[in-house]
Design a protein around this ligand. Structure first.
Ligand code: ADE
Ligand code: ZN
Length: 337
């Protein structure tokens, strides 16, 4: 039987107890399923089937998400998508994930946030009953929304008080939206005061100034991406000193054009500068990234040792919004890896 030289090491990475802290439910559609749903609904494909996942960059990708999520119109589809996420999480050897969902992409659910969260929760709850890892939900604003829309989402999340929802998030295209953190500061302040954690996409489609705004204006507990902080040494020092974790997604950065090759990627430089970094998939199915594959990619490129991998896994657990019990159990398993 043919086996690749990497197979044993991939197995070892799978066995590493870890968490995923930056993944979007929107990025979990199987292309064949999308094609089938589109045919059934009589909805045209955005481009030919064989190029369906050939994204031109972040703007094109976000546009695709609107199309894909628009097809997920039933409770069953949302619950199955969530259940499938938990299955892949378990296959990658992760013991917990924070998952982002951005209601703006899901046209069929507009005006029905409680029903939408309930459908997602049903998938994750049934996964957990089947012994799959627990998941927390980070409900996301889009960078192009208004401050009124942000206030409305935060009001709705606070009123709902759903135990699945652990954080307020913000994602989308900062290059297109411009500097928007001042507009969202009040929404993030209120979310924090109501006990929600705060996670902020910055330093992907924005430069280091976006990361600084995420810290100073949005009170970010964690930065999603944050990689372009590397362009400002004082900011790198601040991230390290304040131990603000970055949820880094190497394959996403390559496929969406932030860096040309893994050798150009700053994850290892950030890590060496003392920044708390974790490894994640962003939009795993649509961008073709698995958690164990991301660890392997970086480990090969930067020559990481087992001790380095253990530290990265520990950072992923520490950075997660899992409850104390889940964290303690994962850290205990990690100490025995
Ligand atoms: N939504 C889904 N993936 C994203 C990314 N990489 N950047 C910003 N928003 C996103
Ligand atoms: Zn993301």
């Amino acid at each position: 039987m043919h086996t690749t030289a990497h197979a044993p090491r991939t197995e070892r990475i799978r066995s590493l107890p870890k968490a995923e802290v930056h993944a979007h439910l929107e990025g979990c559609f199987q292309p064949a399923v999308l094609a089938q749903w589109a045919t059934e609904a009589g909805v045209p494909m955005p481009r030919p089937r064989e190029h369906l996942l050939a994204f031109e960059g972040l703007a094109d990708f976000l546009h695709f998400l609107d199309w894909a999520c628009g097809l997920a119109s039933t409770r069953e589809r949302l619950a199955e998508l969530s259940y499938g996420f938990s299955q892949r999480l378990a296959e990658s050897g992760a013991g917990y994930a924070d998952v982002i969902v951005n209601p703006t992409h899901w046209k069929a659910w507009h005006g029905r946030l409680p029903e939408m969260i309930d459908a997602i929760d049903a998938g994750f709850a049934s996964a957990e009953q089947d012994g799959l890892p627990p998941v927390g939900l980070c409900v996301s604003l889009l960078r192009t929304q208004s401050s009124d829309a942000a206030a409305e989402l935060v009001d709705a999340l606070i009123a709902l008080g759903h135990p699945r929802v652990v954080a307020l998030s913000i994602d989308g295209n900062e290059a297109a939206a411009g500097r928007t953190s001042p507009r969202f500061a009040e929404a993030f302040r209120r979310a924090g005061a109501a006990g929600l954690r705060r996670t902020v996409h910055a330093g992907e489609s924005s430069g280091p100034e976006g990361v600084r705004d995420a810290i100073e204006l949005l009170g970010a507990d964690r930065i999603d991406h944050g990689v372009r902080a590397i362009e400002d040494p004082a900011l790198v020092a601040l991230l390290a000193e304040r131990r603000i974790p970055l949820g880094i997604c190497p394959t996403s950065n390559l496929k969406l054009g932030v860096y040309a090759s893994i050798d150009d990627h700053p994850i290892d430089r950030l890590r060496r500068a003392g920044v708390v970094v974790s490894i994640n998939t962003d939009d795993p199915v649509l961008l073709g990234a698995s958690l164990e594959g991301e660890y392997a990619l970086c480990s090969d490129a930067f020559g990481w040792s087992d001790e380095d991998l253990r530290t990265l896994a520990r950072h992923s657990i520490d950075a997660s919004f899992a409850n104390a019990d889940v964290k303690a159990k994962l850290l205990e398993r990690l100490s025995r890896w």
